[in-house]
Design a protein around this ligand. Structure first.
Ligand SMILES: Nc1nc2c(c(=O)[nH]1)N=C([C@H](O)[C@H](O)COP(=O)(O)OP(=O)(O)OP(=O)(O)O)CN2
Ligand SMILES: [Zn+2]
Length: 126
């Protein structure tokens, strides 16, 4: 089994509505998103997935989040706070439907780093 990982970054503002502390206030982060993909079968170039193509797919999703006030986006309405957890679920669900994963590979994990010291991983069981 091969496991391949790319990292992309975006910057955005958010607040955690209802949080009993400073994170309830508007603030920003430089988020790093680690996406891991697994599979067995390599293509004719000897690749599971082209890093470049994978980063392009992830960046299409990042473009919707980059330099946004996340709380204002439709995906983070109705008690769906833009936490690292909910950002990870959103990216995972969007990415797993990409045509890039129709053949020999699938998304394993989306890890959202909110700072150098805090991260959340999201994956779906078998
Ligand atoms: N499980 C989660 N916990 C927290 C999240 C989250 O998304 N998932 N988010 C926050 C806030 O966004 C906050 O900005 C980060 O909190 P914290 O690590 O406390 O803030 P600092 O980077 O300033 O770290 P210090 O250790 O206080 O310097 C909170 N929790
Ligand atoms: Zn925050």
């Amino acid at each position: 089994m091969f496991e391949l990982t790319v990292i992309v970054e975006f910057e955005a503002a958010h607040r955690i509505v209802g949080y009993p502390g400073k994170c309830n206030r508007l603030h920003g982060h430089n988020w790093s998103i680690e996406v891991s993909v697994v599979g067995n079968k390599l293509n004719e170039l000897g690749m599971l997935v082209d890093f470049k193509e994978l980063k392009q797919e992830v960046n299409k999703i990042m473009d919707r989040l980059d330099h946004q006030y996340l709380n204002e986006l439709p995906i983070f309405q109705e008690n769906n706070n833009p936490t690292a957890e909910n950002i990870a679920i959103y990216i995972y669900n969007e990415l797993e439907n990409s045509p890039l994963f129709e053949a020999n590979s699938k998304v394993k994990t989306v890890k959202v780093w909110e700072s150098q010291k805090s991260a959340v991983s999201y994956s779906k069981g078998e």
